[in-house]
Write a protein that binds this ligand. Structure first.
Ligand SMILES: O=C(CO)COP(=O)(O)O
Ligand SMILES: [Zn+2]
Length: 213
């Protein structure tokens, strides 16, 4: 019990710290975005709805039992079901981060991207931390159909891009999810910067070599 309590306390503090870091660097705005962590007993901590990621209070985070019952904290994010769909499909996921990071959102609005894999393999770190990125078709924020559509991709992909909305990324740890969503955002930025230029993405062999590691 003591070990579990300290695990929970640490997770609450980490959510607030990483939320503040994300917000202070302009990676999401206003009250957009949400973060969750799965504890070792299967219970979930989530950011409350309409909370600013820059000002999270560890004690007010929403907590769900492993069975999905909201037991304490403020009213949870409207994307709670979406986060749960990610965890259901990915047994190894320990955290999920959803942001409205500007360049990723911009790419989610482009008409001519490949919905099976939105961004090209521009850099090794993108391939290592994100890999492939399917576009999930548009549904309103918080809609059960959006969560279901994410759930359909989540078994094969830890990162997805919600059309006209933003990225959702799972990781084994919150750090891992944070680093992956930041890599996605920077790659989206590079992709937009390079628009109209001739580019030399990694070759299929180079991508395959990174995946074997
Ligand atoms: O990004 C958001 C919805 O997609 C923010 O919603 P919440 O404030 O309910 O977490
Ligand atoms: Zn959102």
């Amino acid at each position: 019990m003591t070990a579990l309590l300290s695990e929970e306390t640490r997770a609450r503090d980490e959510i607030a710290r990483i939320g503040a870091s994300i917000f202070s660097r302009g990676l999401t705005f206003g009250s957009t975005g949400n973060i969750s962590v799965r504890l070792s007993d299967g219970s979930l901590l989530m950011t409350p709805t309409n909370a600013c990621l820059g000002e999270l209070e560890p004690a007010r985070l929403s907590r769900f039992t492993a069975e999905g019952v909201h037991v304490d904290g403020d009213k949870p994010t409207k994307e709670a079901f979406l986060h749960r769909c990610m965890y259901c499909a990915r047994a190894d996921a320990g955290a999920v981060v959803h942001l409205h990071s500007t360049h990723s959102v911009a790419v989610s609005i482009l008409a001519d991207v490949d919905p099976a894999d939105v961004l090209p393999p521009l850099t090794a770190y993108y391939v290592m931390r994100v890999g492939t990125l399917p576009l999930v078709r548009y549904f309103p924020p918080g809609d059960a159909r959006l969560a279901e559509a994410v759930g359909e991709e989540a078994g094969r992909h830890h990162a997805v891009l919600l059309a006209n909305h933003g990225p959702v990324v799972a990781g084994k740890t919150l750090r891992e999810a944070q680093y992956a969503v930041e890599e996605l955002e920077e790659t989206a930025r590079l992709f937009l910067m390079l628009d109209g230029r001739r580019v030399r993405p990694l070759t299929a062999d180079q991508v395959a070599e990174l995946r074997r590691r």
